[in-house]
Design a protein around this ligand. Structure first.
Ligand code: HDD
Length: 713
């Protein structure tokens, strides 16, 4: 080893000690940061841009440092004893980097592990003020929100489009504290009492021996449970409908499910059920689309949400309530409002809109925001309270408890995404991951040492109040009330309210799910329930299973259909819909540009699809025949004849899934190679602009329903 190595620390007085300091970037030596590595914007804890540098939460400066802020010159090589020698234990940077990496994952959520989220705002129209004192419902108040959508059964890496319930959880950062509305896209739940939650989830999760199947209910343990536990039949039929396979998170309803209590300024109370109504309508995939997507684009819903927001097609929902008197019996038209397996048809209690939510910003960091967000139905604000629904009561315990394991301790409310926007002055102290530096010496009440602070809200100041609702003179028991006993009439109500095509899809879904079960006894037990729900439903499923259809075993009253339950029918805005334009380098560029522009101007995302990537004239190709798939499109326009089997398969699928198709006059030769013709419903021919207009006329209806198989009316 040389005694004067240039990397040695020079001794005082030696010539090398006058060399420039090596940690100072010198002109021409340090590359400027890439655009995405420049100093990050300063943001508030929940990610909103802020001008206040004190609010910065990460990544100050633009030079790489250790976690302790020491600048580093090198991060690609471990410190070794010589060029080929062993790695030294003293390499603190190596150990810090690997140790942190080793602990990057946290336990995934026991349920709802797979999700996607967005920031936005809720703007109140003020109508809620007549029934609730909640500040965020006052006229014109705008409240920041964070919404996480999820599937229930699958693990974090599972596919988005599986048949399942979807979570729809909203965190309102109100000025009076955080309010969480932790709902689903289905208005009823599998069970009536939280004590059964572990049972239904154990039944729905993969079998404990082989850990299959992932993220689906098409297996014996699930159907064993729901067929033995008849209160689950209502939720189950909703899952078998196209609600179980939404087209997009942007096109899903949301429901608070339980009945909640609202308290007005004069302590008057009403009972309410919450509904989120998507402005884009409620739409599903077809089962085949959902299955194809699970392979071709398992991130379909996550991508759809992020792309729509990025492109400016901000999804919106109206928040509405059904309102009921807060009577002692808490029944409405014979329906027990405390039973979470029941809906109140909108025809009996109309929806009253309280405001509108707009999602307009994607999370900056998936882990910090979407993964670490912690919802809890007990995060309530003055003016909104819980009821005695036994499912809700159990939830009030479960959510904080699960976050303690999932987020590693009791201080998860200090994580940026969970921090209230209201001032916090609690007396909770210490614990794992405490990141606040509390002042004072008296975190107890009452105290004199901290001058009595924090003080309780005084009379006249708004604060959470416990309404003295009567609890009766009951005796303790483990039993459900008799009013929870009817497990079938609303299942019938749901099936009989739907259109023929929706009913057919339900039959298809039961046939698939029960067809995947091995145990004959389970199939037969479930068929008996279907017979009790509806004869046609049972006959349709039994025929597909190759089993006899049993006769009904109970007598149910006839039901008054609720048309509000239908998804088919009506016309909806088409913002963010996706249309494929099949073109080739020989396509007329002016036609291509005209179609693209027309679609784009209508708020639709045009995807140019061509045999290879690259450009067609000045137009970029978004999908090649290798990457294009029918299932990400809501309609197709063909500007180039092709005999490529991948493109022909795409067109056949699009036709089968009820999508509008336009074929330019020059490309009609494809009709000889596909399963449809110019005369079919929803297929048009003509010049490029005519095709664009024809397709724009079909998109508001979601699909060309006439093409889809339907039960006879
Ligand atoms: Fe739950 C998460 C919705 C019943 C226990 N639940 C969770 C999420 C949603 C719901 C949307 C995901 C929140 C997020 O995105 O982070 N859960 C519901 C609805 C229910 C319901 C609408 C019935 C009406 N849940 C329910 C019961 C229990 C739980 C009865 C337990 C007794 N739920 C949990 C949990 C989770 C959860 C284990 C998992 C991760 C989490 O809480 O944060 O505590």
């Amino acid at each position: 080893m040389s005694t004067h190595d240039e990397h040695e620390i020079p001794l005082p007085g030696s010539p090398a000690s006058h060399a420039p300091r090596q940690d100072e970037p010198r002109d021409g030596q340090v590359l400027p940061p890439k655009p995405d590595q420049t100093g990050p914007e300063v943001r508030t804890p929940t990610g909103a841009p802020s001008a206040d540098p004190q609010e910065a939460v990460a990544q100050q400066g633009d030079r790489l440092t250790t976690a302790q802020g020491t600048r580093l010159r090198e991060t690609d090589h471990s410190l070794t004893a010589g060029p080929r020698g062993p790695v030294l234990l003293q390499d603190h940077h190596l150990r810090e980097k690997i140790t942190h990496f080793d602990h990057e994952r946290i336990p995934e959520r026991a349920v709802h592990a797979r999700g996607a989220a967005a920031h936005g705002r809720f703007e109140s129209n003020g109508r809620g003020s007549s029934i609730s004192r909640a500040g965020f419902l006052r006229p014109g108040v705008v409240t920041p929100v964070f919404v996480r959508f999820s599937t229930v059964l699958g693990s974090r890496g599972s596919a988005d489009t599986v048949r399942d319930t979807r979570g729809f959880a909203t965190k309102f950062y109100t000025e009076e504290g955080v309010y969480d509305l932790v709902g689903n896209n289905i208005p009823v739940f599998f069970i009536q009492d939280a004590i059964k939650f572990p049972d239904v989830i154990h039944a729905g999760k993969p079998h404990p021996d082989r850990e299959i199947p992932q993220a689906q209910s098409a297996h014996d343990t699930f159907w064993d449970f729901v067929s033995l536990h008849t209160e689950a039949q209502h939720h189950t039929i909703w899952n078998m409908s196209d609600r179980g396979i939404p087209r997009s998170y942007r096109m899903m309803q949301g429901f608070g499910i339980h009945t909640f209590r609202m308290i007005d300024d004069a302590d008057g109370t009403v009972l309410v059920k919450f509904h989120w109504r998507p402005r884009l309508g409620t739409h599903g995939l077809t089962w085949e689309e959902a299955q194809l997507l699970a392979g071709k684009d398992p991130d379909f819903h996550r991508r759809d949400l992020a792309d729509a927001i990025e492109s400016g097609a901000f999804p919106q929902w109206d928040l509405a309530v059904q309102v009921f008197p807060d009577d002692e019996d808490q029944m409405f038209e014979g329906i027990d409002l405390l039973d979470p397996t029941k809906i109140v048809p909108e025809e009996l209690a109309p929806l009253q809109v309280l405001g509108t939510m707009t999602l307009d910003r994607n999370p900056m960091n998936y882990f910090a925001e979407t993964e670490q967000v912690a919802f809890h139905p007990g995060h309530l604000v003055p003016g909104v309270d819980v009821t005695n629904d036994p499912l809700l009561q159990g939830r009030l315990f479960s959510y904080i408890d699960t976050q303690i394991t999932r987020l590693g301790g009791p201080n998860f409310a200090q994580l940026p995404i969970n921090r209230p926007h209201a001032a916090v002055n609690d007396m909770l102290r210490d614990g794992v991951h405490q990141s606040a530096v509390h002042g004072g010496v008296a975190p107890y009440h009452p105290n004199s040492l901290d001058g009595g602070c924090p003080f309780l809200a005084g009379a006249g100041e708004d604060a959470f109040i416990d309404i003295p609702v009567p609890v009766g003179e009951s005796r303790v028991q483990r039993a459900a009330p008799a009013s929870f006993d009817d497990h079938f009439s609303q299942v019938r109500l749901f099936f009989r309210s739907l259109t023929g095509v929706e009913q057919q899809h339900i039959i298809d879904a039961y046939a698939f799910e029960l067809g995947k079960c091995y145990e004959q006894a389970i199939k037969e037990r479930q068929l008996q329930h279907l017979a009790d729900i509806d004869e046609t439903l049972c006959a349709g499923v039994a025929a597909r299973l190759g089993l006899p259809a049993p006769a009904a075993s109970i007598e149910l009253p006839d039901v008054e259909p609720s048309p509000a339950l239908r998804m088919v029918g009506g016309e909806w805005p088409i913002d963010g819909r996706v249309v494929g334009i099949v073109a080739s380098p020989d396509s007329d560029e002016a036609d291509l540009v005209a179609v693209r522009t027309r679609l784009h101007d209508a708020g639709v995302l045009p995807f140019v699809i061509a045999p290879t990537g690259g450009m067609i004239g000045g137009v970029p190709v978004q999908r090649s025949f290798d990457t294009a798939t029918s299932v990400e499109l809501d309609g197709v326009i063909v500007l180039a004849a092709t005999d490529d089997r991948r493109a022909l398969a795409l067109l056949d699928e699009a036709f089968r899934h009820g999508k509008g198709i336009g074929v330019e006059d020059d490309a009609v030769s494809i009709f000889g190679s596909v399963s449809f013709g110019a005369e079919d419903e929803g297929v048009s021919t003509g010049s490029a602009p005519v095709l664009a207009d024809a397709l724009l006329g079909l998109l508001p209806g979601h699909r060309v329903w006439e093409r889809m198989a339907s039960l006879p009316a």
